[in-house]
Design a protein around this ligand. Structure first.
Ligand SMILES: Cc1cc2nc3c(=O)[nH]c(=O)nc-3n(C[C@H](O)[C@H](O)[C@H](O)COP(=O)(O)OP(=O)(O)OC[C@H]3O[C@@H](n4cnc5c(N)ncnc54)[C@H](O)[C@@H]3O)c2cc1C
Length: 383
């Protein structure tokens, strides 16, 4: 059992921290006000290797594993949830292609994704469901050498950027879920205006409308009926990423709390002298440490399990995402309590962090569903 970072991991962490502090931090207010992250920011991240950490060198990846990836996203999450969300969705989409795509699909999608020329998306949610893929109603109907897609996808991250997108639909002849790779630069489907949401404005969410949208048969990922498997194992990558930037968000709240309690005074003494404040600081620290341990372990195991034991990978990612996102929400809540009324003011970072923290348990699968995934896995092993 080792708890120390390797030299390479320390380097990834430092690179991401510097990128977050020097390049992202000055843009955060603009990104949130303008509801847009400039593509150049991702190109810069890619130049530093931050979009390609888990992927193989032959595709332009850094071969830093999913443990390296979460270390980087944790640092970026300390500064911007919007930027982290976009990177998370990109690495999710790229990881699905890396794990399940043909050689040709990998050659097509991974190198430009690693270079930051593309931002990948993965679309499964629909107006009727996000949690229950069995209710997916968009369809793909084979017509000769093409498939014709129809239906609506909802809340899709990175939909406005160039790049590839995995879309899960119901294949008409078999009735089974199937994934197709779509090039977002091609015309033929339409998108909504971005949704107005409570926080993370920079990470736009669009709906996509497919009406008789034709794509070649070769754009199918895997085979007919693999869609559910792609979804189940694939969103595990997303859950790791969300957990990483939730941990960063929680750390930022913890650090903001320490700063506030040592500066804010009551009767000429800093409020950190109150035992009630000390108890909250201790609770935050304890929760942070627990969240970090569960995440780092899941990310280290993911390097192997994501390829060889996808049932355990899905379980570990569900458990981690549920725990870390909820813990982040609790830690940011404590930070808000510590700030009193000042925390409600836009002059203080915790106001934004609080709005972001309540989003986290809902993204990439709600809390109940994570627990159901974990329970199903435990019971399957128990038989
Ligand atoms: C910032 C953000 C980014 C997103 N990015 C993407 C993206 O890139 N691609 C994408 O496809 N989607 C994306 N989504 C959508 C997101 O993944 C879904 O909204 C999420 O999975 C939850 O689905 P839902 O909102 O339809 O909730 P529902 O499935 O309607 O769930 C609502 C409630 O019902 C409960 N429930 C539902 N089914 C069950 C069940 N079987 N058992 C027990 N309880 C149940 C849930 O626990 C929850 O409490 C994004 C959402 C956000 C907010």
């Amino acid at each position: 059992m080792k708890f120390n970072l390797t030299k390479e991991q320390t380097l990834i962490q430092r690179t991401a921290r510097e990128f977050a502090e020097k390049t992202v931090a000055p843009l955060v207010d603009n990104i949130e006000a303008e509801h847009h992250i400039p593509m150049e920011l991702f190109t810069k991240a890619a130049e530093l290797g931050l979009l390609s950490i888990p992927f193989a060198e032959e595709y332009g990846g850094a071969e830093g594993g999913y443990d390296g990836y979460v270390l980087a996203l944790e640092q970026i999450g300390k500064v911007s949830s919007s930027v982290s969300m976009a990177i998370m969705a990109h690495v999710l989409g790229m990881s699905i292609i890396d794990t399940f795509g043909t050689n040709e699909q990998k050659q097509m999608a991974l190198p430009p994704g690693c270079r930051g020329e593309h931002l990948t998306s993965f679309a499964f949610t629909e107006p009727v469901t996000g949690s229950d893929p069995k209710q997916i109603t968009s369809t793909g109907k084979r017509e000769g050498d093409y498939y014709v897609l129809n239906g609506t996808k909802r809340f899709i991250t990175n939909a406005a950027y160039p790049g590839f997108m995995g879309v899960v639909v119901r294949e008409v002849d078999s009735g089974q879920l199937t994934t197709f790779m779509i090039d977002k630069r091609l015309e033929g489907y339409t998108t909504s205006e971005p949704w107005e949401k409570i926080a993370m404005n920079g990470g736009q969410l669009l709906d996509l409308y497919f009406k008789d949208y034709k794509i070649p048969v070769e754009n199918m990922m895997g085979k007919v009926g693999d869609g559910f498997h792609h979804l189940e194992a694939g969103v595990g990558y997303g859950k790791l990423g969300i957990s990483a930037f939730c941990l960063g968000l929680a750390e930022a709240a913890y650090e903001a709390s320490l700063e506030y309690v040592t500066q804010k005074t009551h009767r000429d003494k800093p409020i950190v002298k109150f035992q009630a404040i000390q108890l909250m600081i201790a609770e935050m620290y304890q929760k942070l440490e627990a969240a970090r341990l569960i995440l780092y372990k899941a990310a280290t195991d993911a390097n192997v399990n994501s390829k060889t034991n996808q049932a355990h990978f899905a379980r570990d990612c569900a458990m981690t995402k549920d725990f870390v996102s909820n813990t982040a929400r609790e830690i940011v809540g404590l930070c808000m309590d510590i700030h009193g009324s000042y925390g409600l003011m836009k002059d203080y970072k915790v106001e934004r962090m609080y709005r972001e923290s309540i989003m986290m348990p809902q993204i990439e699968g709600v809390r109940h569903i994570q627990k159901i995934i974990v329970a199903n896995s435990i019971l399957a092993d128990y038989k």
